[in-house]
Design a protein around this ligand. Structure first.
Ligand SMILES: *[C@@H]1O[C@H](CO)[C@@H](O)[C@H](O)[C@H]1NC(C)=O
Length: 117
């Protein structure tokens, strides 16, 4: 490959990465896998909000993410809080397969899901 061609390819690659990050294509959130039974979600939710160190204040009664009050929604918020906080320190979006990564922002109304680059 010629050096000019190689430089062009590298430039195109960097441009694509740059445009992709500006467009937000690389943003990812961690949410409950809808296939997971509620019991498993609730157990994972307890762990995430306790030992896991997720910030679960927004899913408490009268807080913006309390509604909908379902295992799936509360677990999603807690999983994402944990994931955003710890993803750069080895924290993964797994929770014994109760969780999955999505590139759709799960925020709704005044309930905002964190995204940290
Ligand atoms: C938890 O989240 C709330 C709402 O975003 C924030 O006000 C609070 O400071 C956070 N608590 C901790 C311990 O990070």
């Amino acid at each position: 490959m010629s050096s000019a061609l190689r430089k062009t390819l590298v430039a195109v690659l960097f441009a694509a990465i740059f445009i992709g990050s500006v467009r937000g294509d690389f943003e990812q959130w961690c949410v409950a896998d809808p296939q997971t039974p509620d019991d498993d979600l609730l157990a994972a939710l307890d762990w995430a909000c306790g030992q896991g160190g997720a910030n679960c204040s927004m899913i408490q009664v009268n807080q913006p993410c309390y509604l909908p009050n379902s295992p799936k929604d509360h677990a999603s918020f807690a999983f994402n809080s944990y994931y955003q906080k710890f993803k750069h320190q080895g924290g993964s979006c797994n929770f014994r397969s109760a969780a999955m990564v999505t590139d759709l922002d799960p925020s709704h109304g005044s309930c905002r899901y964190d995204y940290f680059p």
